[in-house]
Write a protein that binds this ligand. Structure first.
Ligand code: SF4
Length: 343
């Protein structure tokens, strides 16, 4: 199929009233990746403008509330206990420390505060401590997001009741590549958690990581898998691998930055109303490439000095880049916390 004629396949089964079928095949998404760069960006920017102000970017701040010592074996992650990296373990932060960090993030312009913990999944007593954090951050008037690992039955509902807006859980990479990156949890485990998150009425934040030695077809398959979720995630973080010494993926051949831009464009075209987040890897990314990512439809970034454990461009540099590009922070209106105009 000619990739330039795919427009109509954006519709979700719910829109057409037809039986569910994949909205995007891997081949169709690969067709997007194969377009001449200018055609791809023109198309992505056109889709972007149909749904968003192209000159606003949503700002999220991410805080690691519990760092390191994770029993999982994600090959990219310096927080896995089994890899010897420079990341120092840190127990769950106190409520006061989390609230202080959220207040500071708000003062600096962030509208969403994401709390991440390096667990396989939260135990009941862990969740008992996270829930007051969610409530306190929401009381500051910020959107709340948590990334705590796999959720068991009932835990998503507890978080929803506490006022959580978003739950982040990434599928990481395409199914055919997944086993080379992680062996301690299957992709189905992740999908089960996402089902629980969705069923509890939370917004889904789900994306993946590129630059992990995968093929272009694999990147296309990752995007297709995300786009075919029904509904697709409200928030789609696209991460460029940050290589950390001591992790198995350290030393992987680096991804061509323009291929990263293509991945952003693929996400924008296939998930037109999602917030597409330019996530990890931004510190190492030239500002020209970041500008191309915004042109390709990225409209959310992590803002602040650190991601979970790796660097992020500092706030002043981001402000300067926004000024040079004429970008403005996106304003989140109280009642309209959901970012899509649909349920
Ligand atoms: S990505 Fe998350 S689950 Fe995997 S090792 Fe790191 S902290 Fe643990």
């Amino acid at each position: 199929m000619d990739a330039l004629t795919i427009n109509e396949t954006h519709r979700r089964p719910a829109d057409t009233g037809q039986d569910p079928k994949p909205r995007w095949t891997v081949e169709q998404v690969e067709g997007l990746f194969d377009l001449p760069f200018n055609d791809l960006l023109y198309r992505a920017q056109s889709v972007h403008r149909e749904h968003f102000d192209p000159n606003t970017v949503q700002l999220s701040t991410l805080l690691s509330i519990k760092t390191g010592g994770c029993p999982e074996d994600c090959g990219y992650c310096p927080q896995a206990a089994r890899y010897h990296t420079s990341v120092a373990d840190q127990d769950l932060l106190a409520l006061d420390a989390v609230v202080a960090a959220a207040r500071l993030a708000k003062e600096k312009g962030a509208t969403r505060f994401c709390m991440g913990a390096a667990w396989r999944g939260p135990k009941p007593r862990d969740l008992d401590q996270v829930i007051p954090m969610v409530k306190a951050v929401r009381d500051l008037g910020m959107e709340t997001c948590a990334t705590l690992g796999l959720l068991k039955e009932g835990q998503a509902e507890q978080l929803k009741a506490a006022g959580l807006d978003y739950y982040n859980h990434n599928i990481d990479t395409a199914p055919e590549h997944y086993g080379e990156i992680i062996t301690t949890r299957t992709q189905q485990d992740r999908l089960d958690t996402l089902t629980r998150v969705r069923a509890a009425g939370l917004h889904v934040c789900c994306g993946g990581i590129v630059g992990m030695g995968e093929s272009r077809k694999c990147r296309a398959a990752l995007i297709a898998q995300l786009a075919n979720m029904d509904p697709y995630p409200e928030s789609v973080p696209i991460n460029n691998l940050v290589q950390v010494e001591g992790t198995p993926l350290y030393g992987t051949a680096k991804l061509d930055p323009l291929e990263f831009v293509r991945t952003i464009a693929g996400a924008r075209i296939t998930m037109p109303k999602a917030m597409v987040r330019l996530s990890a890897g931004r510190e190492e990314m030239a500002e020209g490439i970041q500008a191309l990512c915004f042109l390709a439809g990225a409209n959310s970034i992590f803002y602040g000095e650190k991601l979970l454990t790796t660097g992020n461009p500092d706030v002043e540099r981001d402000r300067a880049l926004f000024a040079r590009l004429g970008l403005r922070p996106m304003v989140v209106k109280g009642e309209e916390r959901g970012e899509r105009g649909e349920a």
